[in-house]
Design a protein around this ligand. Structure first.
Ligand code: ZN
Length: 444
């Protein structure tokens, strides 16, 4: 291995370690946003409350949050801008939401009552240490309501499998019932009341001050690098925190004197985005409109800016699975460590079309960033993501990309080390780029 290759590998590994540090510290969408705010403030960004009037200045760096689970950070060029360079990803991952008063007795034990959040693979949730994380809403001293993030740093729960001796068909395929099979074991019947006491102690308030909560199960398994050359890593929540982190990394490393750069991480993609803070909400539109208004631009300017903008919808993609290569398109075969993946779907669940694909490919060719393509098998409908949903609120040219991973929606997913660097490079180059220059010919 040459010294140059070795240095490059070390740099790639360091980036992958950083993304995993961020993911481990971010068990829920609330923590993703809190940790991103920390980085943004360190980099000189100012928080803008949605409920106050904004006074933005050319050259300013700002961020806005909604519900504490979605965040949009942006930078204003020093002179009048043309449009918006946007990368959008999502902050949430499939998990189980803990219901209120969750303790349920069964056979002398206590289990927690949970419901599904998103479409997860159930089997890998069994037989590994679990905990809880999220936010607790408490009554503050002055009577105002306050949210407190909690993240107990210990193993609290387990979903033990039924022994093979009691179900000889277990290896012939299992069905999981969310109400009966997926309730984790918390303690003995005599421990009733301990859950609420735990929340109070984690939130640092008396039990009676807790009014409600948004809590989720969290897999505690630490990330790991593995493989012949340690070229892979596995971790919870790679979808989509890997893309979200790369977007922030590229955003903080870039500047642009022509376009407003926006780093958007939106909640609720896993349940369809139709929430106050999701991609189907007014959040992004409201931020774009307010940027223009605050800088003295008018309605016409808003529309010209949208026409001079580009959005990258960044959400992880499926790598070809070595045991099931026939599940992928026969020609387009994304693999881990093969670079970023441009995603297509004729039904436009992905926003990519010929023109937006050309914008992405042109950038990758100029920046020497490896690019692969994903298509669903023609007989499979495939998934969707936030780009086309966001486009119903803020319509602009867009393309869908992601990184190739295995075991999507497992609580422990797998991806490639060198891809992290490829996406950071892409995001930085994209944020630096000017408005797309396209000559459309509308006659034959
Ligand atoms: Zn995703």
């Amino acid at each position: 291995m040459t010294t140059k290759t070795k240095t490059k590998k070390t740099a790639q590994r360091r980036l992958a370690e950083q993304v995993l540090t961020h993911i481990t510290a971010s068990p829920t969408a609330y923590h993703v946003v809190a940790n991103m705010i920390r980085r943004l403030e360190d980099a000189g960004f100012t928080g803008l409350p949605e409920e106050e009037r904004w006074q933005l200045a050319p050259g300013g760096r700002y961020y806005v949050t909604r519900n504490g689970s979605s965040i949009i950070a942006f930078t204003i060029p020093g002179r009048d801008f043309r449009g918006y360079q946007i990368i959008a990803s999502h902050s949430d991952s499939p998990s189980f939401r803990i219901k209120e008063n969750p303790e349920m007795e069964a056979a002398g034990y206590l289990r927690l009552n949970v419901e599904r959040y998103g479409g997860m693979l159930c089997a890998p949730w069994f037989d590994r240490p679990l905990s809880i994380a999220g936010r607790v809403v408490v009554r503050g001293r002055d009577g105002a309501l306050e949210t407190r993030l909690i993240q107990p740093d210990r193993d609290l729960l387990m979903l033990p499998s039924l022994a093979i001796h009691m179900n000889r068909e277990a290896n012939d395929g299992m069905k999981y019932n969310a109400q009966t099979d997926m309730l984790p074991l918390f303690g003995e019947a005599a421990d009733k009341g301990r859950f609420r006491a735990l929340l109070a102690s984690e939130a640092g308030v008396p039990e009676q001050d807790i009014l409600s909560d948004d809590l989720y199960l969290v897999v505690r398994q630490a990330p790991s690098f593995w493989g012949a050359e340690e070229q892979y890593f596995s971790s919870p929540r790679l979808d989509d925190q890997e893309c979200a982190w790369c977007s922030l990394e590229g955003f903080l490393a870039a500047d642009n004197e022509e376009q407003v750069m926006l780093h958007c991480v939106l909640d609720n993609e896993e349940v369809g985005s139709r929430t106050r803070q999701g991609a189907a909400s007014t959040f992004l539109q409201s931020v774009l409109v307010r940027i223009g208004e605050s800088l003295g631009r008018d309605g016409q300017d808003y529309h010209t800016a949208l026409a001079s903008s580009f959005m990258v919808s960044a959400d992880n993609a499926h790598a070809v699975h070595p045991a099931h290569p026939d599940k992928a398109d026969p020609v387009h075969r994304p693999r881990m460590n093969g670079g970023i993946v441009l995603k297509y779907a004729a039904n436009q669940n992905y926003t990519t079309d010929g023109v937006s694909a050309a914008v992405v490919r042109d950038l990758c060719l100029r920046e020497k960033i490896p690019l692969q393509t994903f298509f669903n098998r023609s007989d499979q409908p495939g998934g969707s993501t936030l780009g086309n949903i966001s486009n119903t609120q803020v319509s602009l040219m867009a393309a869908d990309i992601g990184l190739a991973q295995l075991a999507m929606h497992s609580p422990y997913e797998t991806a490639g080390v060198s891809d992290v660097g490829a996406l950071v490079d892409f995001c930085r180059a994209f944020y630096r780029a000017g408005a797309p220059r396209i000559r459309e010919t509308c006659h034959s």
